[in-house]
Write a protein of this length. Structure first.
Length: 73
């Protein structure tokens, strides 16, 4: 099975959320700043629970945070 390419808007959402820092977001969702860095760089796909925590923090639907960058055929 082909791996899905998941991208995100975390950096953009942080910027539009009073220029929230990676550290501030990390503290709000219970992870390290390095985890947020890896998510923003698409080097790490978060668990479903963490993905929802991020969406809840920004008060947006999950699909506004994470999306398929290369939809399957």
């Amino acid at each position: 099975m082909e791996k899905l390419h998941i991208s995100n808007n975390v950096r953009k959402l942080r910027f539009h959320h009073n220029e929230m820092t990676q550290q501030q977001l990390a503290e709000q969702v219970g992870v390290t700043r390095q985890t947020i860095v890896a998510i923003e760089q698409n080097k790490y796909t978060p668990s479903l629970e963490l993905a929802f925590r991020i969406a809840v923090t920004f008060q947006v639907p999950l699909e506004e945070v994470f999306f398929l960058s290369d939809p399957p055929p």
